[in-house]
Write a protein of this length. Structure first.
Length: 246
């Protein structure tokens, strides 16, 4: 039994953290190199780099000296705190919706959480590196508020995504790329939310390591962003030089 348990969720072990970090960093570089700089390009590159940053922080929490765990934990949570607002902003851009006050108010809440994680002495009460995933320990009040912020924004983004994808579908061929890009973002959310939920159902103890588990699955999200959404949402750079006219 112990041998079997030791293999559960090994996909979140430090060696795979490095592989995931590498994939997400390469995808960010590829996106920056392949597509003309625009708002959607900047947002997607930022999200890919933030996903990679959390993997880097998680790796150092598990493998670095004990005193380094707190600063790396702070950096990791600053990175993932930005992901839901960035996702919401990307959704608005993909659907062709104006960045309304809601998006910027969400960035304000994000900044508040970031400041807390960066400077509050009691932001983290501890951490546990299980060898499979990392458990970051907070006070119960912080855990509750952060969960509302994080999962609330993910659910709002999904609801808006389904609504706007339907609107774009009704517009026909002229909006097909936008519709596919929005649907791609919906799928990118589901591919880490659904496996994370299933992991928590069948292995309830993983609920204590949700940020680590979610970011383990989020490499699929990174692949969808760079290889499916970007070709439909951004203009590629010309890879051939135009001949000079005499």
């Amino acid at each position: 039994m112990n041998a079997r348990k030791s293999t559960v969720l090994n996909c979140f072990s430090p060696p795979v953290m490095v592989a995931t970090l590498t994939i997400e960093t390469v995808l960010a570089i590829y996106t920056f190199w392949r597509y003309k700089m625009s708002e959607i390009t900047r947002l997607v590159v930022a999200m890919l780099l933030l996903l990679a940053t959390f993997q880097l922080a998680e790796y150092h929490v598990c493998t670095g000296p004990g005193p380094s765990a707190v600063p790396w934990s702070r950096l990791g949570f600053v990175a993932i705190t930005a992901l839901p607002p960035l996702g919401l902003h990307i959704l608005h851009r993909l659907a062709g919706k104006p960045s309304r006050r809601f998006v910027y108010s969400v960035y304000g809440v994000m900044a508040g959480f970031m400041a807390f994680f960066l400077i509050a002495p009691t932001a983290f009460t501890g951490h546990v590196c299980t060898g499979n995933y990392v458990i970051f320990q907070f006070s119960p009040k912080v855990t509750g508020l952060y969960s509302i912020y994080y999962f609330g924004l993910l659910l709002i983004s999904l609801a808006l995504g389904f609504r706007w994808a339907s609107e774009l579908k009704a517009r026909g061929a002229q909006a097909v790329n936008k519709m596919q890009a929005v649907r791609g973002l919906i799928i990118s959310y589901l591919v880490f939310l659904v496996p994370t939920g299933l992991a928590n159902v069948f292995r309830p103890q993983t609920s204590h390591g949700i940020p680590s588990v979610m970011c383990g699955f989020a490499v699929t999200t990174a692949l969808i962003l760079a290889l499916y959404i970007m070709p439909r949402a951004a203009e590629a750079k010309s890879l051939t030089k135009q001949p000079k006219h005499l």
